[in-house]
Design a protein around this ligand. Sequence first.
Ligand SMILES: [Cu+2]
Length: 171
Amino acid sequence: MGQPIMGRHQSRLQPLRSLLGMFLVLLLGMLAGLLVDGGWALAAGQSGAIAPPAAVETVTLHLGTATGNLRFEPDQLQFTAGQRYRLVLDNPSPEKHYFTAKDFADGLWTQKVQAGGVEVKGAIHELELKPGAIAEWVFVPERPGTYELHCSIAGHAEAGMVGQLVVAEAV
Ligand SMILES: [Cu+2]
């Protein structure tokens, strides 16, 4: 009596298992899709060259604060030469600010800058961010050193809107 019942149970479980398997495959596919949309596509750049997702490190910098403080948060960023970065700049403050770091920008290779649906390519020395703006800058620092960063709006650097960008030697 017992054997046929077990057999029936097994055959009922079989389709369930393959359904579970399909779900797993779907989930994995979705995760892979997310990875491609997130890091991989950004790393691919204009040439279409595919770089592995791990090659891009995201760093976030706030220009000003929501309460109107004139400072960068954080006020020091660390990079390593030869590593690809996606620097996400945003302005949570009620006024316009600049990311100005000419020497830093001279010593790197910019892949692209993206903001407000517009993608800019080529050399970048300064970025202006209006209140609420977000920009993404993908680049590779090439020259180790310590570089100064400031906001070039009159009075802002003097009020403390300065920072340091440190590029360490390639490992
Ligand atoms: Cu400013």
